[in-house]
Design a protein around this ligand. Structure first.
Ligand code: FPP
Length: 250
């Protein structure tokens, strides 16, 4: 039985696409600060509102049977922001999970994290690790939080670990291929994103999944993350469904 979080009222019923669904969707959730500024509110109000959008989009992804949703929540570059804003953002995973973990479990969602978790505050890490443990046997949507994530940092760490394994003789340089290298990334074992969505009007990748996005379809919108709706998400899915992916072939 579904819990109220995922329950839809009759009058809200929406047609969810059932073919050519992007299996892995990665999102750069941009525009929280501007959303708040437009309303004369502090930036953190935008991040708070951004959590409601996360709830909506997770719900829609579950309903559309998306397999993986990777959300760029805090980057390795975000440490340059004011301390109060950093602390606020890094408290959000715990707040979100303290409210929604039972609903996520009831809907077969598995929680994972990509990024260097060692440098996160203990409360953030513990909340996510607890949720990972509680959901590890779920095989519905994989909800992946990118936290203290930076693609260059990820690639460098992967190279260091791989180099150690090569010097230990676990395999030779000749045996190294793309698949082997991918296994050293935080996303090891995950299908690469089919669709990248970036909200907030900027047309850049901001150090997100640089290796993994090699053949991903991109979809950009000016809509600020707190305003990003189920309708916008379904529009992105629909446009993705109409694209022809050729992976360099014909
Ligand atoms: C970028 O917008 C947004 C972030 C760095 C934080 C993203 C966090 C959330 C959306 C909430 C996460 C939710 C959960 C459940 C953990 P920005 O601040 O750079 O916006 P701006 O470009 O308008 O300044």
């Amino acid at each position: 039985m579904k819990l109220p979080f995922f329950h839809k009222k009759e009058e809200e019923s929406v047609l969810y696409p059932n073919e050519n669904i992007a299996e892995h969707i990665a999102i750069i959730m941009d525009g929280n600060g501007r959303w708040a500024k437009k309303r004369g509110m502090p930036r953190i109000a935008g991040h708070k509102e951004g959590v409601s959008t996360v709830v909506n989009i997770v719900k829609t992804a579950v309903n559309c049977k998306v397999k993986i949703l990777t959300l760029y929540t805090f980057s390795t570059e975000n440490w340059k922001r004011p301390k109060t804003e950093i602390e606020f953002i890094l408290r959000l995973p715990k707040e979100f999970l303290s409210i929604y973990l039972p609903d996520l479990i009831a809907n077969n969602v598995r929680i994972e994290i990509v990024g260097d978790i060692e440098k996160l505050p203990v409360h953030t890490r513990e909340a996510i690790e607890y949720a990972m443990e509680r959901t590890r046997n779920n095989d519905g949507l994989l909800l992946n939080f990118a936290l203290n994530y930076g693609s260059r940092d990820e690639i460098l760490n992967a190279m260091k670990e791989m180099f150690l394994d090569i010097t230990k003789g676990e395999f030779s340089l000749d045996e190294l291929d793309e698949q082997k290298f991918s296994n050293y990334l935080y996303t090891a074992g995950m299908k690469e994103p089919d669709l990248l969505i970036r909200t907030g009007g900027e047309i850049r990748l901001s150090n997100f999944l640089l290796w993994q996005l090699a053949y991903t379809e991109f979809w950009f919108t000016d809509v600020l993350w707190p305003d990003f709706s189920e309708k916008d998400f379904l529009q992105a899915l629909k446009e993705y469904g109409n694209r022809k992916r050729r992976y360099g072939g014909l």
